[in-house]
Design a protein around this ligand. Sequence first.
Ligand code: SF4
Length: 456
Amino acid sequence: MNFSSELLHKYCKAGPRYTSYPTAPHFHGRFGPAQWEDALRASQDSGRDLSLYVHIPFCDTLCYYCGCNMIATQDYAKAQSYLDVLCKEIDRVAALIRPGRKVRQLHWGGGTPTYLHPDDLRRLYAYLAGKFDIAPDAETGCEMDPRELSRAHVLALRESGFNRVSLGVQDLDDQVQHAVNRVQPETLIREVYGWLREAGFDSVNFDLMIGLPHQTPASFERTLDKVIDMAPDRFAVFNYAHVPWMKKHQKLIAEETLPQLETRLALQKLTLEKLTAAGYVYIGMDHFARPDDELVRAQQNKTLYRNFQGYTTHKDCDILAFGVSAISQTEDVYAQNVKVLSQYRTLLGSGKLPIERGLRVTHEDKLRRDAIARIMCDLELNKTDFGRQWGIDFDSHFSDALGDLAEMAADGLVTLEAEWIRVTAAGRVFLRNIAMAFDAYLRQQAPGGPRYSKTV
Ligand code: SF4
């Protein structure tokens, strides 16, 4: 993976991460609670199973790099009253769902779900299990912050029914941790990891982050050596998205301490080399897993998909998302909850669903969403099969995309054959750029449209 500086700068541009298509900035306020209720009713006989997402927005302290919808507070009463309102939302939505629809996947994210006390973790899981039919073999995962975590939290999750967890590690370097206000020594990570293994979770993921202040290849190599030694099942390695115009607290990070483009690329290259040498398989944009992991098998079988939780093996599930800012999805619509806690409380208090905005996808959106998913999940696309599946002549339908891809082929990011578009090893770093070729909204975007983070 050697790129000229010119090429790096050419492709280092703002672009979506494609956890949805159309992307969230295109959701609009003409889609509200009534439209979401209609969509839920219409989805009842789709034969699709369910994936539940629960957003717990609270955190003890603020990490300066944070891009999530979160509330830093030490006042636990806020979380308790939030749980009361969350249960109202769960009641409202569950009443619209036909009994018997199986939950195949359940995920709690945030914020920090483990901000909740162990007893409340148990109560919330039991509440959901009382309202929905969670399949015995469902993938049930929870994000956790190693700070403020106790063995009692770990046992509460495991005994409730969670079988996978994701631990926010990010970087083990002391200087980096202080610069982002997230200090969690290696000894703490090892202790928590020991509890997770002892509790018998099927899968433990570590989240790492590239592009944080003061990171260098040498410092990050030390982090990689340590986390590889712990041997989690998966790694999710995200690029830090520095978007201080959207996330004001990111101004607390001194820009001059952020690694420059060439260093960020070197960090990506190092990560790819070290994790693959340690036996992990590179899944796609930011995920690595052991060869026997279901994500790897799904990629091999071409059943991998991408949604708001990243890569998933549950392509054919409707996502019901609960909590502030959470985004739900059926085959035909996206629906996002209000982001402000007081509004969330008021709407549910008056018996309304807290939907703020959303979108009904068109046939063309679905077709392009599928093309983007094939690139990001399979790293290749068969034009003939795709054209047959969607009833189009691929080359004429995507003449716009093929123009961009021809330039990327000349730059070595893809290969274009009569039937196939394939992402090259170098192109994996620029997966978002390749996917952007299929994005009709981006193509039409006027100056001043949505701003995204940098692709590299
Ligand atoms: S713990 Fe996670 S959600 Fe909370 S501030 Fe840190 S990065 Fe953001």
